[in-house]
Design a protein around this ligand. Structure first.
Ligand code: SF4
Ligand code: MG
Length: 321
């Protein structure tokens, strides 16, 4: 069977207007040739610092922005370049959950109507069928029947995200793109929502692309993880390998900076020099060489390709072999 999502050599380059003298600036390589698959029922985490291009990847898949190059297949059907009218069934199959649940909920609609809306838009049956389905969805996401008549502002942040999840689940999509979906919530509420996403996946077999800067959250929910740096995937493998034996120096630094929930796991703190360089003026060779503690002469001139030194573990670094 075709994977739920197949991304091949996806690129998004754009130009920013810099002002008076130069009419056009050099292109920003927001996303610069990334490839991955997501299988049915799988969660792929996409992690990296702010500005690495991970949110743009989500928007490209959702067709909120058009790619500069590359291919997108959803359940075996190519959707990049597809006309809006033809996209309709694929929109239904791909839902999104963003960071701020409040902004995605119409403040004038009652919770019952918010969850019923996608069903009405996509022909979810007669009134009785929709009513029944809404009640089931409320139960699945852990909301009470008496909360149906409330408005979004009457819910807490965690409950609002439950409402957003109910809406996203209503059409039984194959894929949900979660972009910092729990980042705005308190840690205890985060855990509840993450558990809910996991339960929903077990019940319905949905796949997630889980975009987050937070490695602890990624570790809880994901089966595989891709690490992005300046528009590229620098490492991708199953969760266990990534957290136990990260091969890329950038991944090692990210992991060493994260709070360690497991005290038996020894990590030496790696401090990176400087900030993430601008995606307009990326360093030569390995884009990470300006911050890498292991950078060699070769790294300044030769760009490392994504190779597979161990089965299922791909990494872009001259040191990994
Ligand atoms: Fe560091 Fe060189 Fe590997 Fe890049 S290729 S991550 S600079 S060792
Ligand atoms: Mg983002």
């Amino acid at each position: 069977i075709a994977p739920v999502l197949q991304v091949r050599d996806l690129k998004k380059h754009y130009r920013v207007d810099t002002g008076l003298w130069s009419r056009r600036s050099p292109p920003v390589h927001a996303v610069d040739g990334i490839s991955f698959d997501i299988a049915r029922g799988e969660t792929l985490g996409l992690v990296g610092e702010s500005g690495c291009g991970k949110s743009t990847v989500g928007k490209l898949i959702l067709r909120l922005v058009d790619p500069t190059a590359g291919k997108l297949h959803v359940a075996g059907v190519r959707i990049d370049g597809m006309r809006a009218s033809a996209m309709r069934p694929y929109r239904r199959n791909m839902q999104a959950i963003f960071q701020d649940p409040y902004s995605s909920l119409n403040p004038r609609m009652r919770a019952r109507e918010l969850v019923a809306e996608p069903l009405r838009n996509f022909g979810g049956g007669d009134e009785a069928a929709i009513r029944q389905r809404v009640a089931t969805l409320f139960e699945q996401v852990g909301l009470r029947p008496d909360q149906m008549e409330r408005f979004a502002h009457e819910f807490s942040g965690g409950q609002r995200q439950r409402l957003v999840i109910a809406r996203a689940m209503a059409l039984e999509p194959g894929l949900i793109i979660c972009d910092e979906a729990v980042s705005a919530l308190d840690v205890s509420v985060q855990a509840q929502v993450i558990n809910l996403l996991g339960d929903v996946q077990k019940q319905m077999g949905v796949s997630y692309l889980f975009i987050s800067h937070d490695l602890a959250v990624i570790e809880h929910l994901c089966h595989r993880v891709a690490v992005m740096y300046l528009g590229r995937i620098v490492e991708i493998t199953d969760k266990r390998s990534l957290f136990a034996r990260p091969l890329h120096p950038y991944t090692q630094a990210l992991l060493s900076a994260a709070p360690v929930p497991d005290p038996t796991r020894k990590v030496e703190r790696i401090i990176l020099d400087g900030d993430v360089p601008s995606p307009i003026h990326r360093p030569s060779g390995c884009h990470f060489h300006t911050r890498c503690p292991y950078a060699m002469d070769r790294c300044r001139v030769e760009e490392p390709l994504l190779r597979e030194p161990r089965a299922g573990h791909r990494v872009a670094c001259h040191l990994a072999s």
